[in-house]
Design a binder for this molecule. Structure first.
Ligand code: HMG
Length: 459
């Protein structure tokens, strides 16, 4: 076995816009019942970008910040992958723009380009980077995985499920968050639940109800094949028992809106319950009545929903709730959503809490592509250990979120209109005050008459 050991995440950086709209304000503004967004969807704030930011600037910012913080030389990177579905050019990859950052170092020997399928591109990039590291093409250097998106919807019931942000991850061996080898359960199929056929618009077409069913069905399928794979590994090691949620100390999900995730953890419990036998009353209280329900009917049964949420509440609070911090306050970040959840989880636990645990992860991208996989957290949580350093580097997340500027729904709507107006425009410098951006943020300075984009960095 010549593979490098424990390939996974060594360091992370999270970026989100410096402005947000309050979902309570948005409920009033949109004339919907109080609680529809804050309770029904589980969202309290939504981050959004002005015309001064685009997918390139988001990724420039998050990569630069990660490199500055880790103080790695730019030539220590041998692969850079970008996952995004925020497409501003059908040919030119965001990756090529990021090469600008490497220019002074002279390092151009960097594999990897962009990967796209809705929210799944970040996970595909992570898998590509890990696969490279476990192959004959690996040259001993680090990989960077960057995922980012601007999630915007037209006026209507999907708009409050928007958001924006980016995550950069440094990938290497001996990682405090190691990908567990051989354990990926994947489900892919052809569905039109959420897609972006209109190339002249930033907005997707979305069938909300269908998308929720597709997500949950994919979760069932991925969990089933993940469990089969881990049980096979266990059998070879002489362990013969079913895998259940008890074997995951933490569980994170792609988060289109937070309520969806609570239902998803409940759904995993339902999977455990359906494959259990004997007297399960104590473990799965109130679920026995639903055992014989046809699988197809279980996605839309409101009574089952209620029973599952109740039965899984403790588990949700222990394993998943902390991971929703960024999503609650910033919204859906598409490809970076799952990795924002990972960052939130780290920012709400001590290295000691996390040490030795297994973190389950479910990635979903409409259309559709989905995987269930897991990280093993290193045992060593001592001060200065890689795990301790990683956890400390993210602990300021709540403080950074709290320092954003609150904008009114009117201002938010005005900026959304501006984004529509400037999308695909040429020969302009975006309006707005760069002082509204966080210090150190890259922004779009100019689009020339040939659609060439120029970026600058706020001091
Ligand atoms: P809607 O029509 O507003 O939904 O659309 P609703 O009327 O069904 O309300 C939502 C929930 O709020 C319901 O809860 C209501 O009861 C509750 P449920 O019954 O389902 O448990 N509610 C209230 N609760 C408390 N107080 C109140 C109140 N009023 C209602 N006053 C929908 C919601 C999510 C469909 C819409 O926002 C949408 O289409 N969003 C975009 C699509 C999406 O997020 N899909 C999720 C799965 S697909 C995915 O994750 C992929 C994605 O990230 C894209 C990618 O892959 O790139 C989206």
């Amino acid at each position: 076995d010549t593979w490098p050991k424990d390939v996974g995440i060594l360091a992370m950086e999270v970026y989100f816009p410096a402005q947000y709209v309050d979902q309570t304000d948005l409920e009033k503004y949109n004339n919907v019942e109080a609680g529809k967004y804050t309770v029904g969807l589980g969202q309290t704030h939504m981050g959004f970008c002005s015309v001064q930011e685009d997918i390139n600037s988001l990724c420039l910012t998050v990569v630069q910040r990660l490199m500055e913080r880790t103080q790695l030389p730019w030539d220590a990177v041998g692969r850079l992958e970008v996952g995004t579905e925020t497409i501003i050019d059908k040919s030119k990859a965001v990756k090529t723009v990021l090469m600008e950052l490497f220019q002074d170092s002279g390092n151009t020997d960097i594999e990897g380009i962009d990967t796209t399928n809705a929210c799944y591109g970040g996970t595909a990039s992570l898998f590509n980077a890990a696969n490279w590291m476990e192959s004959s093409y690996w040259d001993g250097r680090y990989a960077l995985v960057v995922c980012g998106d601007i999630a915007v919807y037209p006026n209507g019931n999907a708009r409050p499920t928007g958001g924006a942000g980016a995550v950069a991850m440094l990938i290497g061996p001996k990682a405090p968050l190691a990908l567990e080898q051989g354990l990926r359960g994947t489900h892919m199929e052809n569905a039109y639940d959420f897609y972006k056929p209109n190339l002249a618009s930033e907005y997707p077409l979305v069938d909300g109800k269908l998308s929720i069913q597709c997500y949950l069905r994919a979760l069932d399928r991925c969990y089933t094949s993940y469990r089969q794979k881990i049980q096979k590994q266990w059998k070879q090691a002489g362990i013969d028992r079913p895998f259940t949620l008890d074997d995951l100390q933490y569980m994170i999900f792609h988060t289109p809106f937070c309520k969806m995730v609570q239902k998803s953890l409940a759904r995993l419990m339902f999977n455990d319950f359906r494959s259990s036998s004997g007297d399960t009353q104590a473990l799965y209280q109130g679920l026995e009545a639903f055992r014989e329900l046809k699988l197809e009917d279980t996605y839309t049964n409101k009574d089952l929903d209620k029973a599952l949420l109740k039965a899984s509440l403790d588990m949700f609070n222990k394993k998943t709730k902390a991971s929703l911090y960024l999503s609650t306050h910033n919204g859906n970040m598409y490809t970076s959503s799952l990795y924002g959840c990972l960052a939130s989880l780290l920012s709400h636990h001590s290295a000691q809490d996390l040490a030795g645990s297994r973190i389950g992860a479910f990635s979903y991208g409409s259309g559709l592509a989905a995987s269930f996989f897991s990280f093993r957290v290193s045992q060593d949580a001592s001060p200065g250990s890689p795990l301790d350093t990683l956890v400390n580097s993210i602990s300021d997340l709540p403080k950074r979120l709290a320092s954003r500027k609150r904008m009114s729904p009117e201002e938010f709507t005005e900026i959304m209109n501006q984004r529509e107006q400037f999308f695909h425009k040429v020969n302009f410098s975006p309006p707005g005050d760069t002082n509204n951006l966080f210090p150190g943020t890259w922004y779009l300075e100019r689009v020339d008459e040939m659609y060439r984009r120029k970026y600058a960095r706020r001091p």
